[in-house]
Design a protein around this ligand. Sequence first.
Ligand SMILES: Nc1ncnc2c1ncn2[C@@H]1O[C@H](COP(=O)(O)OP(=O)(O)O)[C@@H](O)[C@H]1O
Ligand SMILES: [Mg+2]
Length: 343
Amino acid sequence: MTNERAGGVAGATSREFASGQKIFGRYTLVKVIGRGGMGIVWLARDEELERDVALKFLPDLMIQDHAVFDQLKRETKRCLELTHPHIVRIHDFVHDERSGCISMEYIDGETLSNLRAEKERKVFEPDEIATWTSQLCDALDYAHNHAKIIHCDLKPANLMVNQQGELKISDFGIARSLGDSVSRLTAEQGRSGTLVYMSPQQLNGERCTHLDDIYSLGATIYELLTSKPPFYSGNIDRQICERVAPSMTERRKELDIEPALVPQVWEDAVAACLAKGSSRRPQSAAEVAQRLESAPCRMHRGNLRSCARWGVLRSVKAAGQTDITGGGDSRKIDRRHTLRKPE
Ligand SMILES: Nc1ncnc2c1ncn2[C@@H]1O[C@H](COP(=O)(O)OP(=O)(O)O)[C@@H](O)[C@H]1O
Ligand SMILES: [Mg+2]
């Protein structure tokens, strides 16, 4: 049995939880699976529906403040409409008078930030993330255009890869309301999101739009390919607003990462996402996907190994696609892979 108490001001929950404990009359806590800006995430068993779920506990402050609580409940309700194979499903907002959490689909996998950190050179090569970026853009485009929901805190730590090798975006739609509430309640600067992936507009506290997600998409890809976000030391706020980030090739050279060269198509697409003015960014995630799809695909051994590790190879084979070393069209693989139901 482990007792857990969340740390930090924003994530403060006074109640202690233990594995094996049944909460809200329905969920049996299994184990802690993560700690983030807001608090603790538990793996739990939903005894009613007989399925595993991830429970993201909210700071007590949020449960006690009626206005914040109501807003959060409303926002969570909207997120229930998000149904996409590459977006983590939100199931419910559960609470009693003392504490509350968001119940969501449990992803048995790893975040892209952890997967990157496990790489020998701490970076992915473009080919290795091409399938995931395509799935990411698909999901973003769906959320922006069909569900009309903005993420507002897109970053490698909010991208998970499951055992089938599929990418899942987490915290969709709830990041903004959680971030806003915490910053209001703790009187921090009035901005939500994670600084290094934030657009200049979001940084300045403007209302979040889908073009802020496009910026964060660029910053996320930049980090996956170079090990660092576009700006990471010194006065980051100022650089985000005023400086143009070095190309990814330049950054890889600075950090002695070999091979340094990042294909021009990737450089151009990412630089466009990082444009300071939102009107100069690609205007949709579909446009980013299209630009990246025009990059030549080089499937090499390293890629096959890393794909195999996350089950991609298994899925691809099962879908009847065998020629993945031929350097053909990786998008064909993606489509089959995307259409295939998780095992
Ligand atoms: N739906 C989920 N399924 C499995 N693990 C999750 C899920 N959501 C979050 N996690 C784990 O919990 C950690 C903390 O998540 P979170 O509180 O959302 O952090 P952050 O503030 O960085 O977004 C994540 O890094 C991940 O490992
Ligand atoms: Mg998260």
